[in-house]
Structures are given as C-alpha cells and as structure tokens.
Ligand binder design. Sequence first.
Ligand code: UD1
Length: 429
Amino acid sequence: MDKFVINGGNKLYGEVSISGAKNAAVAIIPAVVLADEPCVIENLPKIKDVAVILAILKHMGAKVTKIDGDDSRVEIDPRGITSYKVTCEKLVGDMRASYYLLGALLGKFGKALVPFSGGCSFCERPIDLHLKAFETLGAECNILPTQIELTSDKLEGKPIYFDVVSVGATMNAMLAAVKTPGRTVIDRAAKEPHIVDLANFLNSMGANIKGAGTDVIKIRGVEYLHSCTYSIIPDQIEAGTYMAAVAAAGGNVLIKDVIPEHLVSITTKLRDTGTVVEEYDEAIRVIRENDLKSCNVKTMPHPGFPTDMQPQFVALLSTANGRSRVMECVWESRFSYLPQLRKMGADIIDNGNTAYIYGKQYLNGAKVRALDLRAGAAMVIAGLAAKGITEISDIKYIERGYEKIIDKLTAIGADIRRVTYLESLDDEI
Ligand code: UD1
C-alpha cells in the first residue's frame, strides 16, 4: 500500500533513458512458447508485467535464465513446455497480455486451455476478435467458467478480416498462424510499433511474415522456429509520458534511447501546445519555457495519437491557456480518472467520449488515486506541475508499466518519493 508523494513545481532538466517497450515485451515473451530452440531477449523493461509473464512461462515448464544477472537480458528455453494447459490462474489473472498464450499455445499444440486474463480495466475489454481469428484458422473456442479452451483437428492458413482494428487480436492471429500450414492474410491489421516488433522477432527465428506495420499482414506457415537473440524496441508510451511530463512541469530534457518516428503523433501535438521538440537519431529533446497553449486531440490506432497517452495529455492540457478538446476514439470509455484530476482543481467537462478541458493557471496538490496504469501516469504528471503536495495511492498500477519511475524523475529534478502507507500524511483518500 505504498504511495508516491510529489512536491510539485520543480522544472525538469537533464537526461532520461527510455526502457524497452512493455507492450512488445508482453507479446514477445509468450511468442517464445512457439520456438523450437532457446531464445535470448534483450532490452526487457524491469517492470511487474514482464516479471509476471516470465513467471507464467516458468510455471509452464520453460527455463528462464538471466544473463549476467541482468533482468533486462534473459534466455528462455521453451522446450520444457509440454502441455497446452496453463494452470497458474492467479498469475494469468494478474495481467492483460496473458491472452497471448492462447495464440501461442494454439500455434504450438493445436489447442490451448488458459485462465481468464486480468490487467487494467478502465472499461470492458472484449476478445471476440481474437476468438474469431482462431476460429477462422480452424479452432473451436469454448468459454468455460474461468478459462478459455481452444481445440482443433487441423489448423489451416486462411484470410482473416478484422472489422475493428485491434492490437491484441492482430498479435494473437500472428501467433496462431506463424506455424500453421498454408497462407494467412490478416486484413485491417493493427500497425503499432509493437506489432512490427513481434513480427521482426518471429522472422528472426525463421518465420515468414510480411507486411507488419501496414494494413495487411501475410504469413506463410513454417514448421520450425530456431534460436535467436532479439532486442526489444524502446517504449513509445514511456517516452511520450516523459515528454508530457517535461511539457507540464516546464524545463529542458533530452529523452534518450527512443525511435523518434514512433513518437510523431505525440511530438506533433506537443508542438501544438507551444512546447519545443527537437528530434535526433535516437533521442528527443523537449523544451518548455513559455505558457502552454490549448489544443485538440483525438485518439486513433497507430499512426494516430495513442489512446495510452490520452490521460497524460489531459493532465498536461489542464494547465494550458484556453479550452482543449480530447476525443477518445479507441476505447468506449476511458475518462474514469477525471474526478481524480478535478480533485487537483482541473476544470474538465466530459460528455461521452469527449472531454473539454478549460485550462487553469495551475493545479493544486491533492490526495488522488492511480486508477490504472496510464491514469496513474497522468496523476504523476499533474502532481509534477501542481503547486504543493500530491499523494498518489494504488501505485501498483503505475509500477506495472514504468521502470524505475522515481529514479528517472528524480534524476531530472523532480521532488518525488515513494513512501509506505504508514509514513504517508493521511490514510484517507
Ligand atoms: C492494447 C494495449 C493497450 C492499448 C490498446 C490500444 C497491450 C498489452 N495493451 O490493448 O495498452 O490501450 O492496445 O492501443 O498491448 N476490441 C474488440 N474486440 C476484440 C478486441 C478489441 O471489439 O476482440 C476493441 C476494443 O474494445 C477497443 C479496440 O478494439 O475498442 C482496440 O482494442 P485493442 O487494440 O484490441 O486493445 P488491446 O490489444 O487489448
């Protein structure tokens, strides 16, 4: 029950390095289930979600070895995974991305039995498209009381069309198809950087996947996936969160180890607020000296503005001059955190999938909750920019997705501490 305590108002200066991408790591690790030889994965972020998915693979029989004692480099030998059944219900229920085990086990064994996944639940998160893709390849899907069961007599590559663009369904279809005989064509595929990363990882083991990063992904099934060493891309959303933090608090920070092309939509919107963003080969400098200007943001699948940056931007725009409009077009509802920002004095009206933000000169520190991972990041950003002390509870959500957030923010001048529940100023929120 620890909390983050932020004494807001410090401008941020210096350098911060971005870790490997969470959403790539939590798909690539389950993808190792499909490999016929051990694989080395590098640049893994040191976060709870990665620890949980590695623990699940271990429980399934994989051998997981840290290389040189470094959590960010592990060798995973999946040859001990001999059953299509996943029995560690609690671990699977701890994270959303455990649903990638469905596609991976179906691709390996032709069947899968996986407990329901958990994770951030800012709104209902269906998996009907994942199941539809498995069925198209020849699987039968049964929703049991606490598990999903996939069975098949024979899987065969087929055309798969998604009527909604889905990251998870695209990844799961790729996992199921990579060893399935024949040709699978995924139409209206998601194009996020982590989709390309998963395809690159599978291809570096000998898979035949073309077109990842476009609307159409073509997969020719292969029989064998050999060993490889693969380094995960930098985290687009972690980078975007630090960019928004610097813009909100003010200052001048070099954000290193990023792929600037992955950040274009975020960079564009930050520039609309009057923030200066300089792009280098593998770094971005964010400078904010003047008052923030309001702007309008609409979340869309990649290459649009990422929904996973929406709460952080709403926090940022809470102190911009004028009225901003933020439309959430990926998730049905993702504004449940707004009352937390209002506790800090933010003036926001929401109507359906749209929030109107009337910028205030400053926010005030308050006791707030991290309702989910990105909503929690928004509270950190608001706290950094606010006057006075902000206490954030439920930080377990934030720590699921941000490696060493306290160390990284402290190194650039933020006054932020992690305190135990008893030490915090008041238990009541
Ligand atoms: C992934 C990310 C999440 C991000 C989201 C959108 C991971 C682990 N999580 O989640 O952080 O917010 O992409 O960028 O990578 N949908 C359906 N049926 C389905 C699946 C999805 O209708 O079977 C809908 C959803 O309700 C949502 C939209 O599709 O409206 C996009 O969801 P999706 O891209 O699948 O999100 P996730 O993969 O779960």
